[in-house]
Design a protein around this ligand. Structure first.
Ligand code: NI
Length: 169
């Protein structure tokens, strides 16, 4: 098991549309375990395979207080959603940047677990935010895409500047 490198905005690989998971084997379980470890190490509350440059429809989330209840969803799809909420989101691929994003408050998700069994899950609040955010990654979409082009450009410049400072430090 290993902590993987997380791609950072504006890396074009984050724009890749992931393919459905079709093999529910040991390699998939290993990938999920690496994603969970990478998420905890960051630390973060969610990660999509896209962010570690694996383009399969697999996400992990853990919004529990003690980070000991990881949720793994393969091929997640939204069956129903309602209500609205605004949450100040961040993203491990856009480090240090936070911005308000509007999303559904309640979502009903259908997905496969690691054994390939179909599960249905109802999520609300932060878990609903997390799942919707991670599902966006699988489509090559980032939370900064909800911002105005001007704000997104400011984010890009801020990250550039921080990387330059880190390189010369
Ligand atoms: Ni993210």
């Amino acid at each position: 098991m290993a902590v993987r490198e997380i791609l950072e905005f504006p890396d074009s690989r984050l724009r890749t549309v992931a393919k459905p998971v079709v093999q529910f084997d040991a390699a998939l379980a290993d990938l999920a375990q690496d994603m969970i470890e990478t998420m905890y190490a960051a630390p973060g509350i969610g990660l999509a395979a896209t962010q570690i440059d694996v383009h399969q429809r697999l996400i992990v989330c853990d919004v529990s207080e003690h980070h000991d209840q990881p949720l793994v969803l393969a091929n997640p799809r939204i069956l129903a959603q309602h209500g609205g909420q605004t949450y100040q989101e961040g993203c491990l691929s856009v480090p240090g940047i936070f911005a308000d994003v509007d999303r559904a408050l309640f979502v009903t998700i259908e997905a496969e677990d690691l054994s390939g069994k179909t599960i249905v899950l109802e999520a609300e609040g932060l878990l609903a935010v997390c799942i919707q955010h991670e599902m966006d990654h699988l489509q090559g979409k980032l939370f900064v895409d909800y911002l105005s082009p001007l704000k997104r450009e400011m984010v890009r410049r801020k990250l550039d500047k921080r990387r330059r400072q880190a390189a010369t430090a």
